[in-house]
Design a protein around this ligand. Structure first.
Ligand code: ATP
Ligand code: GLN
Length: 148
């Protein structure tokens, strides 16, 4: 069955025009989310920032334990952090797409944090707000029927 985020709120707190969807995912699933299937691009998400990070969660270091003290660095698992700033009305579609593409159902699939964003500034032009957040050919530019 398709897993979606449950009971999505109609509104988020605190309220903002833009939100950052910050997803910590398995490195080997990132191609599927972003480039291989072009899942995000196909839905008009063109601005994405990705970083290599290391984390500790329920998965802990259980799959890659090789001794060491309780807080030793080798318990951190390699993850990828994907940051996507979108307008409020695009948040749920992005979250569902990330779940669809990144989920394996096993412990360690990751987590998504939703962060309100106060403003967006395009460095090249100095534009702010909606003008800066919108991208040419982005989701807002796509016709409603083309959206999947
Ligand atoms: P422009 O051509 O409009 O001046 P630019 O080329 O200077 O823009 P972009 O390529 O749009 O800038 O973005 C630069 C970087 O900022 C991207 O590589 C990406 O990491 C990040 N980025 C841009 N938009 C977003 C977004 N909406 N969410 C997350 N990261 C973004
Ligand atoms: N919200 C932007 C748009 O519709 C796209 C944002 C993004 O690609 N992260 O053009």
């Amino acid at each position: 069955p398709v897993i979606r985020s449950q009971n999505s709120p109609v509104d988020y707190t605190p309220d903002a025009k833009f939100y950052k969807v910050e997803a910590i995912l398995r490195p080997w699933r990132i191609q599927q989310v972003s480039s291989r299937e072009k899942a995000l691009l196909k839905m008009g998400i063109r601005g994405v920032t990705v970083s290599d990070v290391r984390g500790f969660g329920a998965q802990g270091g259980s799959t890659e334990r090789h001794g060491g003290s309780e807080f030793s660095e080798d318990k951190f698992v390699a993850k990828v952090k994907m940051e996507i700033v979108v307008s409020k009305d695009q948040v749920e579609a992005v979250i569902d797409k990330i779940i669809e593409e990144a989920r394996t159902g096993e412990i360690g699939d990751g987590k998504i944090f939703l962060v309100p964003v106060s403003d967006v500034i395009r460095v090249r032009t100095g534009e702010r707000g909606e003008k800066a957040e919108r991208m040419t050919g982005g989701r807002a530019d796509m016709s409603v029927t083309a959206l999947t």
